[in-house]
Design a protein around this ligand. Structure first.
Ligand SMILES: [Zn+2]
Length: 323
């Protein structure tokens, strides 16, 4: 009798694994948008795209700006790879695989006092992530995974052209194109507000991507706290409960409306929005191993409605997540 190994029938090749991952990640796309994306992010992007001629202009500028940014980074920054900061490369590869995107090129830039990261992507070019040396120095490996997962989220959500458009409108794009300042000067204040609103909404989508890619969601929350105080002295023991109490102080003053000028939501708002995501069904479709039988999970619509109450600057409410 010929004995056969029952596992022989199982295809354990890497290509088979990749095909399986692709099928899983495609099942998370709804109309070209990841299923975890914050509703306001998509709605505001549709409004921006509906402005006649604006999207093609932003796309044309992005197609010039991003390749140039890559070339400049290659001159001045360190390119991460399997033999250069392999631990960072491994995190990038893991996050890309988790979300089902290609592995972005990563550069570490010399900016010791800047705790920042940024994704560059267009529809026609390979994506790129910049991580400042200040960020790398001040976060734990788990928090770095949250950072990189968040930036991969910008790529996964196709934020690239809109980010460039936002920088054009808000006059922060470092590019010399004849006449661009004059064109942008014609853009009305309401449109500038709309871009800021979209930019804040887009961050919520990407914070969700960061959690999906993390080892533990705690890393995403401590990362936000570190962004508040610059991770001075690389202090590892931030009291998150005390941080959350700052939200209550914020709600008691009209000074909070100053946030309307910001392109990122306040970190404490982001933490509350993340906590809502931890109670959502969609997260556990990505990370079923985190699910426990005692969880009472909310659907996507309810999740977005709850997040809106934290993220919307003018209409935000007292917190509802209990400590
Ligand atoms: Zn971001």
């Amino acid at each position: 009798m010929v004995r056969t190994n029952p596992t022989d029938a199982i295809d354990v090749s890497f290509s088979h694994y990749l095909a399986g991952r692709k099928a899983v990640t495609e099942s998370h796309m709804e109309g070209g948008i990841p299923d975890y994306a914050y509703g306001s992010d998509y709605v505001l992007r549709q409004k921006i795209k509906a402005i006649p001629g604006f999207y093609p202009l932003a796309k044309a500028i992005a197609n010039t700006y991003v390749p140039r940014a890559k070339q400049e980074m290659n001159l001045h920054a360190l390119r991460v790879g399997p033999s250069q900061f392999p631990d960072v490369y491994e995190i990038v590869s893991d996050c890309a695989m988790r979300l089902g995107i290609g592995i972005p090129t990563v550069y570490i830039t010399h900016a010791p006092f800047e705790i920042n990261a940024r994704a560059y992507c267009t529809e026609d070019d390979d994506p790129l992530i910049e991580i400042t040396s200040g960020m790398l120095e001040r976060v734990t490996p788990g928090e770095l995974r949250a950072v990189i997962g968040h930036e991969c989220g910008h790529i996964h959500n196709n934020h690239g052209i809109y980010s460039i458009a936002a920088e054009m409108v808000l006059n922060s794009l470092q590019i010399a194109i004849p006449g661009i300042q004059q064109i942008m000067g014609l853009i009305s204040a309401p449109l500038q507000w709309a871009f800021k609103m979209w930019s804040r909404a887009g961050e919520v989508s990407c914070d969700r991507a960061g959690i999906i890619c993390s080892d533990t969601p705690e890393d995403d929350i401590t990362l936000q706290a570190k962004l508040m105080y610059g991770a001075a002295l690389n202090h590892q023991e931030v009291n998150i409960d005390a941080v959350l109490k700052q939200y209550d102080l914020l709600q008691d003053t009209p000074v909070r409306l100053l946030e309307l000028e910001n392109e990122h939501p306040l970190c404490v708002r982001r933490i509350f929005a993340m906590k809502e995501f931890l109670n959502s069904e969609v997260l556990y479709t990505w990370r079923p191993e985190w699910k426990t039988p005692d969880m009472h999970l909310i659907g996507k619509q309810e999740l977005d409605a709850r997040c809106e109450k934290y993220i919307s600057v003018a209409r935000s409410e007292k917190r509802r997540v209990k400590l």
